[in-house]
Design a protein around this ligand. Structure first.
Ligand code: CAA
Length: 240
């Protein structure tokens, strides 16, 4: 069922590729962004999709944003919780701001956004929620206690909400990308990134489109029997 699809963090990186794939599949796509106005304008010009500015870490702003989107575009059929940040540091050097920023932007955002759309999806008997977790939520990663905790939390959140939603026609799944070529990974120190690429059996980083196609499938009618799943796309780096 095509309808309005919201992609948080949808104007750049993996989110942009997901937005493009959902547009290709016939959805009316709304990309949520937070700070980067240039990327938002570029997204609208290049894809024909819409953008809305919402702070996904803020409960009231998510409620307001989802209402604005459905008033402007229609009922929400698909939510992709993709927005995420890193504030990498070893725990003995991590300040509380780095902990809270990552937990609130990456994990609390899933509550905020899902809470805003779930009532409508249940009432209509249809919905698709896909959350972008990470290989580092599955296996843990040196320097990422905050990020690994948030991404692991998304997996538990997905399973619990899938149980609550299954009888109402709403599926809830998590996708765990490995290391994908985006601004987030290009911000890493080159020698650290090189050492990680050596651990990837396919011997390369992933492309955003290789995650987007997984999400587009989970967001489609064809995936109605898949719920509560954690789907890895990591080049064989970690087999959960
Ligand atoms: N395992 C064991 N030891 C390690 C290690 C590892 N994976 N990585 C580093 N160490 C060791 C180092 O060898 C070093 O030891 P010595 O002091 O004995 O030389 C010590 O730990 C300190 O390491 P750093 O010099 O790297 O410490 P730092 O404080 O300068 O940097 C860091 C810390 C910024 C977290 C850095 O280690 C780093 O960038 N790590 C990678 C984090 C990462 O993978 N981020 C992913 C971002 S992309 C993403 O998150 C997307 C996704 O979903 C995949």
């Amino acid at each position: 069922m095509s309808g309005v699809a919201i992609v948080t963090g949808g104007t750049r990186g993996i989110g942009l590729a997901i937005a493009r794939a959902l547009i290709r599949d016939g959805h009316t796509v709304c990309a949520i962004y937070h700070g980067n106005e240039d990327a938002a304008r570029k997204f609208e010009t290049e894809t024909g999709g819409k953008t809305f500015k919402v702070d996904v870490s803020n409960y009231a702003d998510c409620a307001r944003g989802v209402k604005d989107i459905s008033d402007a575009l229609g009922d929400i059929a698909v939510l992709v919780n993709n927005a995420g940040i890193t504030r990498d540091a070893v725990l003995h050097k991590m300040d509380p701001d780095a902990w809270h920023a990552v937990i609130e932007t990456n994990l609390t955002s899933c509550f905020n956004m899902s809470r805003a759309v779930i009532g409508g999806m249940r009432d209509r008997g249809y919905g698709r929620i896909v959350s972008i977790s990470s290989i580092n939520g599955q296996k843990g990663q040196f320097g990422q206690t905050n990020y690994s905790a948030a991404k692991a939390g998304m997996i538990g959140f997905t399973k619990a909400l899938a149980l609550e939603s299954a009888a109402k026609g709403v599926t809830v799944n998590a996708v765990c990308p490995g290391y994908i070529a985006t601004d987030m990974t290009s911000a890493m120190r080159q020698e650290v990134l090189d050492s990680i690429i050596k651990q990837i059996p396919v011997a390369r980083m992933g492309h955003p489109e290789e995650i987007a196609d997984v999400v587009a499938f989970l967001a489609s009618d064809r995936a109605g029997f898949i719920t509560g799943a954690t789907l890895s796309a990591n080049g064989g780096q970690y087999m959960a």
